[in-house]
Write a protein that binds this ligand. Sequence first.
Ligand SMILES: Cc1cc2nc3c(=O)[nH]c(=O)nc-3n(C[C@H](O)[C@H](O)[C@H](O)COP(=O)(O)O)c2cc1C
Length: 211
Amino acid sequence: MMAGELPVFDPDDPEQAPEEPFPLFLAWLTRAVEEGVREPHAMTLATVDADGVPDLRVVALRDADERGWTFATDAGSPKARQLLGQPHAALGFHWREQARQIRVRGVVERADAETAAADFLSRLPASRAASLVGHQSEVLREPAELPRAFAEALARVETEPDAVDPQHAVFTLRASTVEFWQGTQGRGHVRLRYRAERPGTRPWTRERLWP
Ligand SMILES: Cc1cc2nc3c(=O)[nH]c(=O)nc-3n(C[C@H](O)[C@H](O)[C@H](O)COP(=O)(O)O)c2cc1C
C-alpha cells in the first residue's frame, strides 16, 4: 500500500468477506500489523455501570479466535466490576492509517483461574509488577507511594517468578455482531456486518449497511 492509499474492501468477494467474522478480523489485523498501523491491538472497551450509564477505556487485545476477543485487567477495577454486574459490552478498533474500524458487540465471560494465571505468567516482569501493584482506578492520595509500590512488586516478581496475582482477570467477549468499516477517498464507505442470533453462536448473517 502506497502512502495515502487506502485498502480496497470488496464484501462481494468471498475471499475478502468469508462466511464468519473471525477469519476476516484476523486478515484485517494481520494486514494492520504488516503495514505498521500504530498499536493495532489497542481497542476501546465499552461497558455499562449498575445505573445503566456507559463507560469506556482502551485495553489491549490479548487473544482472539472463533470463540471471541480476549483481554485482561484487574478484577477489582471499575470495568471488571461493571462486567461482572452487566456482561453486555462492546469493543472498537480504529486503524486510522487504513481508514478501518471494527465494532464488536456481545457478552463477556470471565475465564477460569488457570487461564488467568497462564496469561499473567506470559507477561514481561514490568507488566506483572504493574498488575501486582493493584488498586486500579482507586484515588492515589500520595503519588510518592506509586514508585515505592512498583519497586516492591518488581522485587517480588524477581524473587518469586511463579507468583500469580489473584486479582488478574481475563475476559472474553462472545460476539453477537461484528462490523467491518472501510473508509474510502469518496464518501462511499463500505460497511459489512455479521450478526448472530445469540452471542458466540453460528450461523452468521452477513449484511451490507448504508454508510
Ligand atoms: C494503549 C492502552 C492499552 C491499555 N491496556 C490495558 C489493558 O490491557 N488492561 C487494563 O486493565 N488497562 C489497560 N489500559 C488502561 C485502561 O485504559 C484504563 O485506564 C484502566 O484499565 C482503568 O480502567 P477502569 O477504571 O475503567 O477499570 C490501557 C490503556 C491504553 C491507552
